[in-house]
Design a protein around this ligand. Sequence first.
Ligand SMILES: Nc1ncnc2c1ncn2[C@@H]1O[C@H](COP(=O)(O)OP(=O)(O)OP(=O)(O)O)[C@@H](O)[C@H]1O
Length: 358
Amino acid sequence: MRNAIWAALATVQDPELCRDLVSLGMVESAEVSDGVAAVRINLTTPACPLKATIEADVRRAVLAVPGVEAVGVTFGATVRPPARLPLPGIKHILLVGSGKGGVGKSSVAVGLAASLALDGARVGLLDADVYGPSVAHMLGQGQGRITADAERRMQPIEAHGVRFISMANLSPAGQALVWRGPMLHSAVQQFLKDAAWGELDYLIVDLPPGTGDVQLSLTQNVTVTGAVLVTTPQDVALIDASRALDMFRKANVPVLGVIENMSYFVAPDTGQTYDLFGRGGARSLGLDVLGELPLDIDARQDADRGTPSVLAHPQSAVSLALRQVARTVAGRVSVQTLGSSLTSSPWPDAGSAVFCAA
Ligand SMILES: Nc1ncnc2c1ncn2[C@@H]1O[C@H](COP(=O)(O)OP(=O)(O)OP(=O)(O)O)[C@@H](O)[C@H]1O
């Protein structure tokens, strides 16, 4: 009967990877005793967006095996690395960029990092927004100081399950950073390469707004798995976002999609929805819209108080959307890493990624 269970599992497809769980190496164990089957699946990311679907499909397939009366499905997860790690110990580098400043890029980077950590991933966050570093403050560590380990490497600060490094924790608060391009380049390279990040599934990089030295330096010096763009929906933001998109394309960085922030506002007193900046505008970029995040007073206050909204207000619309976006991004990273040439990707900028046929 054990063989029959494995055969049944070989008929279950990962809905994103379009391959069966057995050939993908995702079935860790499958045993049966007295008609009760126990299956353990090793997902490609703890933030798997399709865990419930996979569980239902496994259950259905195994219960169809004659003699199986019940089935227990448990999950583990191992983020699959690319053929060559971008940096020792780091499986994936993900960039969060925007054209315009103030559109919520750092908020989204913090939200994505905290969401992935909540799902059980090992997450780092590099605040490469050296001129306006806000990550430390948003994680409640504005006063924290970076220390060195025994090998004199920068030790990231840990907050809310995320290891991060920010210029804010290196330079005295309130002082302007007056640096030329080459100094910025070497600072970001040091943050990336000389810090004791440890083992990370995802290193998220909060880029400065625009298309300057830091962005170029990053895309040219490490292999980036993908980038997400953050924009608000109005034209002035979209014009700059399309420049950032062009920069990623020229640097051959796959763009996994765009997140529309401040997409709409629901008045807390009346419940009325206002599309303040023209909800849906991000679609004009021709990218997959990964999520629409509302303008939310709690989210702004949570950032100022130093607790990511996904932790402080997990049931708010903005938090639920961020959790979903983080899982979608994690799923796309898996697809891009494991995918072969089955079909072409449905999202326009995902490089060599594959996706299931519709
Ligand atoms: N969805 C939202 N609802 C309410 N406030 C938000 C939202 N997104 C961001 N904010 C607030 O807007 C401000 C700017 O956000 P943030 O610093 O994330 O933008 P940014 O694009 O990274 O800016 P910069 O260009 O300065 O790096 C912050 O006070 C943040 O808390």
